[in-house]
Design a binder for this molecule. Sequence first.
Ligand SMILES: NC(=O)c1ccc[n+]([C@@H]2O[C@H](COP(=O)([O-])OP(=O)(O)OC[C@H]3O[C@@H](n4cnc5c(N)ncnc54)[C@H](OP(=O)(O)O)[C@@H]3O)[C@@H](O)[C@H]2O)c1
Length: 324
Amino acid sequence: MVRGNRIRREKLMKAVVVKEAGGRAELTEFPTPEPGPGQIRVRLAAAGVNPVDGKTASGAYGEGSYPFVPGTDGAGTVDRVGPEVTSFSPGDQVFGRLQLARWRGTYAEYTLVPADGVIARLPPGLDFVTAAALPVAGVTAMGVLEELGLEPGAALFVLGATGGVGGFLTQFAALAGMVVVVTADSTLAPRMQALGATHTVDHHSSEPLLNQVRAVRPGGIDALVDLVGDPSTLLPLLELLPLGGVVLSIAQEIEPELLGARGLSGGRYRRQPTAEMLEELGRLVAEGRVKVPLERILPLSQGPEVLAESTGGHLHGKTVLTIP
Ligand SMILES: NC(=O)c1ccc[n+]([C@@H]2O[C@H](COP(=O)([O-])OP(=O)(O)OC[C@H]3O[C@@H](n4cnc5c(N)ncnc54)[C@H](OP(=O)(O)O)[C@@H]3O)[C@@H](O)[C@H]2O)c1
């Protein structure tokens, strides 16, 4: 930029960037964002990967604004704050949903976040990589369990449990004293049992899930949470629920008439995450009461490949990118 007779160069950072709709992501240089009023700039140390990252890049949430930097979850150190920010200062270690908008995310060296957004200080004992794995998946799982409103001893079936959200939901349900039935094939079953699953049923087996769940829970289940989003998988499983049963999906709409006709309640989960939920989750993990199902820790340079994989609905545990 030319100011008088001085040339001011824009500072650049490394970021994973999708330059146009449908384009390939690449690790490249991108202007370092400057915080405006009420905004915080974070120097990221780690970015958590979620299916929403790839879905946004592929246009699932509308046209958006290109060039696009993916990534919602992150952890790092506040390095600059804009006017009117009093709640955070440079040097604070933070984690959260660190983006101003879907199109300016955390697969980068720096990101901006509103000071009143879903951001929290890193509790003692929590490292950046672990913290970056928490926000979207962990807070969603926490909210889903609250919304179900089940009592200890109730039986919950989690469909699609081996990914990011399921790893947390299984633990929260087990901690709350529920019987937890989850989908996991034989390679992942021991891991899900270690997280608190009471029974596992294999969604890759030729035996229908309906029969498998009935076999392990002859007394039935009280609630079902769908983390997959495929109507043809979910619909036959509604038969498992008694009158008054609850069904929640974080990945698809469920017609109210469909539930009403069967005497069920629930529908699509829509609760907005809050900084308070994130703080509570951070505390639970730092105290060792909740484990983080970390599957892969990869360098930012692998962001383009990871972004492409994230959309498929077949991640296991959590993937985190480290940002040197
Ligand atoms: N509404 C919200 O607030 C919210 C928040 C977070 C996530 N989401 C959405 O919720 C979904 C799950 O998120 P996530 O982060 O947990 O995804 P993820 O990490 O990709 O995990 C999905 C898991 O589902 C399993 N799976 C796929 N098809 C299955 C089937 N037919 N039966 C049983 N299991 C199956 C996969 O294992 P296999 O590969 O072994 O089958 C995988 O481990 C995504 O669509 C995401 O966008 C919504």
